[in-house]
Design a protein around this ligand. Structure first.
Ligand SMILES: [Fe+2]
Length: 243
């Protein structure tokens, strides 16, 4: 609830009704929920925040998480019967942009978030050397990339945000992690998160929740007046993706 007496707004006051399109709530196929019981518990916690709509996005990372449309739909099928009708759950994937990903594109095995939007990520150590080629291939196949948590790629952190400008100019949307607004991933990532918001470079917001304590931390995130309007717009854009 919003209060005129409170200096700060909490993020959870703003995100009610959003579709969380980046999370790891499907059971047993990546580093997120391990069992159906854990998945249900996470969804229950989300419900307490007013979030009932989800697109689950398990990792697809080469040999680490070699998920396919088959493994992902199987995990979805295990969870779905346990959910009430008030919960809307779909599934897609979060793709690591590597050699394996180019094969997935070529083999027409992509699971997009919406009809055209595909959630992609990069290694936290270095960007792929053929990043432009991968993006080109994706777009050539009529897909549009959403880059997950741009603020977490510390090799791109800078005052002028030039690297971020470059990739945005290639048609990549940016999805901020809610948790980056707390100090959860470290101060540098938090700082860049706000820097990207202040420079109008964030398009969308999602949770990237893997575990229950992530949701607990989201509950404590405060938003200052300075960032309120821009964040409200980002949240509206995120809702519009699914309306
Ligand atoms: Fe993720």
């Amino acid at each position: 609830m919003l209060s005129i007496f409170r200096k700060n707004t909490f993020l959870v006051d703003l995100i009610e009704g959003i579709t969380d399109f980046h999370n790891h709530i499907l059971p047993g196929i990546d580093d997120g929920a391990k069992t159906v019981e854990e998945s249900i518990e996470l969804i229950r916690e989300f419900e307490n925040l007013g979030i009932k709509n989800f697109v689950a996005t398990p990792h697809v990372i080469g040999e680490y998480y070699p998920n396919t449309p088959e493994t992902i739909s199987k995990a979805y099928g295990e969870l779905k019967p346990h959910l009430s009708d008030s919960i809307k759950l779909g599934y897609a994937a979060e793709y690591m942009m590597d050699q394996h990903f180019t094969e997935i594109i070529e083999n027409d095995q992509i699971l997009p978030i919406t009809k055209k939007k595909v959630l992609v990520e990069m290694s936290y150590f270095q960007p792929p050397i053929n990043l432009n080629e991968i993006l080109f291939k994706l777009q050539n196949n009529s897909f549009s990339p959403i880059l997950a948590h741009p603020e977490r790629y510390s090799y791109w952190h800078s005052k002028d945000l030039q690297k971020y400008e470059n990739i945005r100019s290639r048609g990549c949307d940016f999805q901020l992690n809610m948790l980056s607004l707390s100090g959860h991933y470290g101060k540098g990532i938090q700082k860049t998160a706000f820097q990207l918001i202040e420079n109008d470079m964030i398009d969308l917001l999602a949770s990237d929740v893997h575990r229950k304590d992530h949701i607990e931390k989201i509950q404590n995130i405060k938003i200052s007046k300075k960032h309120l309007k821009t964040l409200q717009q980002i949240i509206q854009n995120s809702k519009n993706l699914f309306s």
